[in-house]
Write a protein that binds this ligand. Structure first.
Ligand code: NAP
Length: 292
């Protein structure tokens, strides 16, 4: 079994980007810029945003946080997005989700210029992904596909089973694996909570991508020998032996599934760190598209 080390790969991607940004700096050029907009004081969102800002700083990317009060109106948020749509210093705009209930998430996503939509959630980018045109891939699915590529895992004609159909993970991952492109070109099945007998599907997976949000849900009896397992889940379970009183586990029962897998991602340090690395890659890509 080969452990897919997302932490290592994410650092490689960041190092590659840092080299490119250092070259821009040495030529006296503008650097890529990312603005993150945070509404309210959800501690998890704050922590995600801080990690993104730190990651930008590490590779020399310009970054800024716009922290808004939880009572901020939808109109004020849309106006702020519009300001950054027109600000040439910032090539990527990210609005941290979830938003307070009084703000329409879809309206906010649609306000971001598709050219600066580094989260890849704008309907134009979603549509471009589906039809195989230039787009911004959502960061977590992009990270999954990149891990498969960097571990030289053959995907062509393989049966990929994606469990989960969310707009941020399941659906875009399935659409990316379906594309007639290198690193994809798979036969794809998407499963969800209405599947009658999930196991009959998961047992067919050459590559199983679990994005369910249920701790240790996929067990060894649900997979075949030699399966490649990508565990997207991040679930907290109580653990009094740790300082925090909890630990993170994936959607896959790692200890038993690893015995049957040919490749498997751990949680943490699997898909998780890739998400930020791909956000930085998207921001660099947005820079190239906007500056050239
Ligand atoms: P989500 O929106 O809650 O979607 C979960 C999906 O799993 C839904 O499509 C749901 O089906 C399906 N599901 C739930 N129970 C099921 C069951 N018993 N059998 C089959 N399918 C079932 O979650 P998400 O945002 O996609 O996230 C999934 C997990 O990935 C979470 O643990 C999240 O924390 C993690 N995540 C990690 C990263 C990262 O950076 N690594 C990024 C995003 C998310 P229905 O559609 O029928 O409800």
């Amino acid at each position: 079994m080969i452990l897919i080390d997302g932490f290592k790969v994410s650092n490689e991607i960041k190092d590659e980007l840092k080299i490119k940004i250092d070259q821009l700096i040495s030529k006296g050029k503008k650097v890529p810029g990312l603005v993150t907009i945070l509404v309210g004081d959800n501690p998890a969102s704050k922590s995600y945003v801080n990690s993104k800002i730190k990651a930008c700083a590490k590779i020399g990317m310009l970054s800024k946080i716009e922290e808004l009060d939880s009572t901020t109106s939808e109109k004020a948020l849309l106006e702020l997005i519009d300001k950054y749509n027109n600000d040439p210093e910032y090539h990527g705009i990210l609005v941290q989700l979830p938003l307070p209930d009084h703000i329409d998430e879809n309206k906010v996503i649609e306000e971001i210029s598709p050219q600066k939509d580094v989260d890849g959630f704008h309907p134009i980018n979603v549509g471009n992904l589906v039809i195989g045109k230039e787009t911004f891939y959502p960061c977590t699915p992009y990270g999954i596909v990149e891990l498969l590529k960097r571990y030289n895992i053959d995907t062509k004609g393989k049966h990929v089973i994606v469990v989960g159909r969310s707009n941020i993970v399941g659906k875009p991952t399935a659409n990316m694996m379906l594309q007639k492109k290198e690193g994809a070109n798979s036969v794809v099945t998407i499963c969800h909570s209405a599947a009658n007998d999930l196991k009959q599907f998961t047992l067919q997976a050459d590559i199983l991508i679990a994005a369910i949000g249920r701790a240790n849900f996929v067990t060894a009896d649900m997979v075949k020998d030699g399966v490649v397992v990508i565990d997207v889940g991040i679930n907290r379970i109580e653990d009094s032996s740790t300082e925090k009183g909890y630990r993170l586990v994936g959607d896959v029962k790692f200890d038993e599934v690893k015995e049957k897998a040919s490749y498997i991602t751990p949680v943490p340090k699997g898909v998780g760190p890739m998400t930020i690395a791909m956000l930085l890659k998207n921001t660099y890509e947005a820079y190239l598209r906007n500056e050239n």
